[in-house]
Structures are given as structure tokens and as C-alpha cells.
Write a protein of this length. Structure first.
Ligand code: F6R
Length: 608
């Protein structure tokens, strides 16, 4: 949700900033801008719409400078416009901001009373004015920044430059992510690691309440009172190639097809199939204590993973599990006991509502476990324990490989707890682990249906509404399939637990309502078959997702997508996810929407 970048060093930086912004564009894409210091003046360009517009502007009117900041925006305050785009420039100061200033109205009125006129509707502009005012009062640049941020309430990651200090880039973090990239005589800042990968892998993940003063001569880290802080750098294991499209048309397509590999990366090294021993290097059970209940909290796709996790944990461990949306959890005043474990699932590790749930749990003294993809993210750092999904950078805004790797971790975690609680014998655990080792080749087989699924797009892309039906473990998969379709093809889609259909949604069914029916072999096969009959007898068009020998389903459905057979019902959920991702993808491609950057969305939702 907004991406910010910055550079100070010896290289001409406008194109570096632009390139870094391109790698962050998934965080917001309604407007963008860059500011540099040149000849003790702030020079800047801003443009509405995607970064390409800013790029064209920069090519026509190049900027020069070895220090600068940049921003790609997802609007919170003020519609997308050139005036509302960042950087916000006031006198000698330019600011880029990710977050929300909650008290900006009061601050704005206070500043306006001094006769100062605002040029935008954003909350960010107050920051630039405050710093400029403190500089006018005779404060040094860094002191003016500290004084200004002491007046702010809310969340902010900031990059700030000053025309009179052409070698000083200031970075500030409170509740919005910010990473410092460390080069040789040069420093970078960025909201997220992919922006830095081509330039450096040595980074410092800023903590809340820290301010960094960066110059070609070095980096000084202070708290908001100005006390000097020590810092330790980390190497990011990702390579720049992982954040490229590698010949695919879209990041989403690449990420769908990467799933066999990243799922293996996620479970590799975490168990011994011979002994059935599962090992999470990141934590051990002794630290969790008495485990009576699990609560899972997440948002969006990660929430759907949590719903599948509930089925897995309850069935394999016989532990009660609740699942909540981040945005609902804390305002519901949940009853939290100390002997429960709070699991937070987040690809980015920066989702504001999920982080708020984590903090709420920690306040009540409960242990927190994060399942997260991004190294050094807030969730990964602030949870008591973290398990990483090794999905690599997920750039497509619609989450795909993050979801299936989250399911992989939840599966392993369920087995881990089940073994510990002695709900499964060691031979049962071993069998479940063997099943996991087969999964990647099955996913390859599921992906081989891509062309057939693509061929369905022209037939179905004209419909305005879709229904997705699933039962049990496959109900959350239906929810996820419907979410994917809505997000990238803008087709309205709803998912129902198939047994609920008769309680209302059946009224919607007619020849204009394609219904995607998830019909896996197993306990509920006959039930879902009856649900399909109910749809067919009301002229609904059924796209059945089922296994090769399920002839009764195949004969009756309008179209059939076949998923390779696997006996393990938990892992089958992953296989059934693949065609739904592909269906949404090809429908969106056929409709010509912006697959990787769908309208109104941003990759990490860092505001409430
Ligand atoms: C959907 C999607 C979102 C995210 C949600 C949570 O495709 O990407 O629904 O799943 O915003 O994000 P994380 O997992 O980063 O907390």
C-alpha cells in the first residue's frame, strides 16, 4: 500500500529510483513521483496513473542528482491526481510517505492558522510543512525531522531530502515497513526487498521508532529522541531473477507455474521421511507450553488458508481451532486464554489488521506464531515464533503461490502438533509425509490442464456472475477461487458451502449463472453430486472440477476440469486450487484486464 524508495550515493539516481519503483508498483499504482536535489534545489516530477506515465515524463524532462526519493501511490486521502501524488515538496523539503497520519486534520488547521496554504488533499503534506517550519526556526535538518515526527499520530515510513543538505537522506519508520539497502558508498531505502535486489543484498530492516540519517560517508541510526542506536545488517537470500517475469506474460502466471518448486522449497529440510520427525528450525514445541486451543487470524487469501488450516488442525490434532479475519478479531473483544496459540498468516507480514491482531494477542499474554513469506517483515520480527513459506517474492497482486505454500506449512504444522499430542502414530505421520513428497509432481500434472482451461475463457468471460460451490475442506478453496476471479477479471463471484445453497443462493441459479462445482472424490462426493443436480435442474451451467474417473459428474457438467488423483484429502485442496487460479487468470487475460495490477487493489494492505 504505497511504495517508497530513496537513494544517496555517487550515481545519477533518477533512473535507479524509477527502476526501484517499478519493482514496488504492486504496492500501489494510481500515481507516482520522484524528487532529487540538484544545485541545492529540489527538482521533481509527478504523474497520475501507472509508472509508465512518470517514465515518459522523465524521458522528456530528465532529472539529475545523486540523492533522491520516489513514491508509487495507493490513494488513502485525496483522489489520485498530480497534486496529491508524492513527493510533497514544501520550500527546501521533499517527503514521500507510506502510512496514514491520523491527526492530520488538526495539524493542518494549526499550520493554516499561520497563513500557510496547502496544495494537496493528502495527510502527508502536513509532514513537509512541519519540517519546513522547524527548519525556518533554525533547527538542523535531522532535528527538524525529529520535531515534526513527534507531532504525528498514525503510521508512517518516510523518505525525506532537503535542498540545503544535498548528501543527506533521512528515513523514518513507525508501523509501516522500511528497509535500508547498504552499498559501497551508497545507500538505498525501499518499502520492500524486491526493489533493492538488483543493487544490494545487504540490508537493515528498520524497527518502529527508528530514524536513519544516510550519506555516502555512512549511516547513523537514532531513536525518535536522537539517541544513537546500534544496528545489525542481514543478507537477503533472494536473487534479482526471482523478481523478474522470466519469459512469462504476467507475474501471476509465473507464480502459478512456480508452485511445484516453491512448495518443495517450503517443505524441504523440514522433515525426515525415514523417521517421520518434523523440524521447524524457527521454533520448538517446548516453548509453546500447554496447548489447548488454536486461533488463526489473517486477511484475504491468507484467511482462506487459515480456514483450510482449521480443518487440517482439527482433524489431525483434535484441537479446537477458531479462524478470524484480522479486521474483525480485535474489535470483537475476543476471549483469549493464555493456553492457546495465536497463529497469524500473512504473505507480506505487513498487513495492518493482521499485525493489530498479533499485538492484541501479545497484550493478553498469548504466544504468537507467524506464517509469513517476507524475511524481516514486521510479523516475522514481532511474533514469538515464525515459520517462513519459501515462496520467493510474490509480485502479482493476486496471491497464488503464497496461498499454496501457506497450506503446505499448515499441513506440516498439523502433523507436527499431531505427533506431539500423540493423536497420530509415527507410521501415520510417515505416510502423510510421503504423500507430501508426491505433491509437486501432481501439481505439475494439474498445471498441464492450462490450455484446456484457457480454452474455456472465451465461453465464460461474458458472464456477469459466478457461483463457486465446495464442501468441507473445499469450501475455503471455493472461496479462494471466487476471490481470484473477482480480483483480476472483475466478474462478480460468490462462494458457498454447497450444503448452504438450498438456504438461499439457489434462487440465483438460471442459465446466466455459471457454477464452478468442486467435486473431489471422498467423503462428500455423493453430497456434492446431488448439489450439482440441483444446479442443473435449474438450468445452471456447471463447470465441474473433479478427478479423471468421476464419470457421473463429467457426463452431466457443461465443462469439466480434471485434477490428478491423490488420496490425501488435505493435499488435494492444493491440487484443486490450481485450476481455479488458472481459470481466473485466463478469464482476466481474455478480458484484457490488468492481471498483475488489478484496479483499486494493492499488494500489502498496510492501513486499516
Ligand atoms: C488476494 C490477496 C489479498 C491478500 C490479503 C492479505 O489475492 O492477495 O487478499 O491475501 O491482502 O495479505 P497478506 O497475506 O500479505 O497479509
Amino acid at each position: 500500500m504505497c511504495g517508497i524508495v530513496g537513494y544517496v550515493g555517487f550515481q545519477e539516481c533518477p533512473l535507479i529510483l524509477l527502476d526501484a519503483l517499478k519493482r514496488l508498483e504492486y504496492r500501489g499504482y494510481d500515481s507516482a513521483g520522484i524528487a532529487v536535489v540538484h544545485d541545492k534545489k529540489i527538482l521533481f516530477h509527478r504523474a497520475v496513473g501507472k509508472l509508465i506515465n512518470l517514465e515518459h515524463h522523465l524521458l522528456k524532462h530528465p532529472l539529475k542528482g545523486t540523492i533522491g526519493i520516489g513514491h508509487t501511490r495507493w490513494a488513502t486521502h485525496g483522489k489520485p491526481s498530480e497534486l496529491n501524488a508524492h513527493p510533497h515538496v514544501v520550500d527546501d523539503i521533499a517527503v514521500v510517505h507510506n502510512g496514514i497520519i491520523e491527526n492530520y486534520v488538526a495539524l493542518k488547521q494549526e499550520i493554516q492558522q499561520k497563513g500557510i496554504v496547502f496544495s494537496s488533499q493528502t495527510d502527508t503534506e502536513v509532514i513537509a510543512h512541519l519540517i519546513a517550519l522547524f527548519i525556518k526556526e533554525g533547527n538542523r535538518f535531522e532535528d527538524a525531522v525529529r520535531k515534526a515526527i513527534s507531532r504525528l499520530k498514525g503510521s508512517f515510513a518516510l523518505g525525506i531530502i532537503c535542498a540545503q543538505q544535498p548528501h543527506k537522506l533521512i528515513a523514518v519508520r513507525k508501523e509501516s515497513p522500511l528497509i535500508i539497502g547498504i552499498g559501497d558508498g551508497e545507500y538505498f531505502i525501499a518499502s520492500d526487498a524486491p526493489a533493492l535486489l538488483p543493487y544490494t543484498k545487504r540490508v537493515y530492516f528498520m524497527n518502529d521508532g527508528e530514524m536513519a540519517i544516510l550519506s555516502p560517508d555512512g549511516m547513523e541510526l537514532v531513536d525518535f529522541k536522537g539517541n544513537i542506536l546500534p544496528f545489525k545488517t542481514t543478507e537477503i537470500p533472494w536473487t534479482p531473477l526471482l523478481a523478474e517475469k522470466a519469459g512469462y506474460k504476467h507475474f501471476m502466471q509465473k507464480e502459478i507455474f512456480e508452485q511445484p518448486r516453491v512448495i518443495t522449497d517450503t517443505f524441504r529440510g523440514r522433515f525426515d521421511p525415514e523417521t517421520g520427525e518434523i523440524n521447524f528450525e524457527e521454533f520448538d514445541l517446548g516453548q509453546i507450553g500447554d496447548l489447548k486451543k488454536i486461533w488463526i487470524v489473517a486477511c484475504g487469501t491468507s484467511y482462506h488458508a487459515g480456514l483450510v488450516g482449521k480443518y487440517m488442525l482439527e482433524r489431525l490434532c483434535r484441537l479446537p481451532v477458531e479462524v478470524d479475519l484480522g479486521s474483525e478479531f480485535r474489535y470483537r473483544k475476543p476471549i483469549i486464554d493464555r493456553d492457546m496459540l495465536l497463529i497469524l498468516i500473512s504473505q507480506s507480514g505487513e498487513t495492518a489488521d493482521t499485525l493489530a491482531a498479533m499485538r492484541e494477542g501479545q497484550k493478553k499474554g498469548v504466544k504468537t506464531l507467524g506464517i509469513c513469506n517476507v524475511l524481516g517483515s514486521t510479523l516475522a520480527r514481532e511474533c514469538d515464533f515464525v515459520i517462513y513459506t519459501h515462496a520467493g517474492p510474490e509480485i502479482g497482486v493476486a496471491s497464488t503461490k503464497a496461498f499454496t505454500t501457506q497450506l503446505t506449512v499448515l499441513y506440516l504444522l498439523s502433523l507436527y502438533f499431531a505427533a506431539w499430542l500423540q493423536r497420530l502414530s509415527s507410521s501415520e505421520v510417515k505416510q502423510y509425509l510421503y504423500d507430501l513428497m508426491e505433491l509437486s509432481s501432481k501439481i505439475e500434472a494439474a498445471l498441464s490442464a492450462a490450455e484446456e482451461i484457457e480454452a474455456l475463457a472465451p465461453k465464460y468471460a461474458k458472464f456477469k456472475d459466478f457461483l463457486y460451490l465446495g464442501r468441507g475442506l473445499y469450501y475455503p478453496i471455493a472461496l479462494e477461487g471466487a476471490l481470484k476471479l473477482k480480483e483480476i477479471s472483475y466478474i462478480h463471484a460468490e462462494a458457498y458451502a454447497a450444503g448452504e445453497m438450498k438456504h438461499g443462493p439457489i434462487a440465483l441459479i438460471d442459465e446466466n449463472m455459471p457454477v464452478v462445482v468442486l467435486a473431489p472424490k471422498g467423503d462428500t462426493y455423493e453430497k456434492i453430486r446431488s448439489n450439482m443436480e440441483e444446479v442443473l435442474s435449474r438450468q445452471g451451467k456447471v463447470i465441474a472440477v473433479t478427478e479423471p474417473d468421476c464419470r457421473e459428474i463429467a457426463e452431466k457438467a457443461e465443462d469439466v476440469i480434471k485434477v490428478p488423483e491423490i488420496a490425501n484429502p488435505f493435499l488435494k485442496t492444493i491440487l484443486y486450487t490450481i485450476p481455479l487460479q488458472l481459470l481466473a487468470y485466463y478469464m482476466a487475460v481474455f478480458k484484457g484486464t490488468d492481471v498483475d495490477q488489478p484496479r483499486n487493489l494493492a499488494k500489502s494492505v498496510t492501513v486499516e
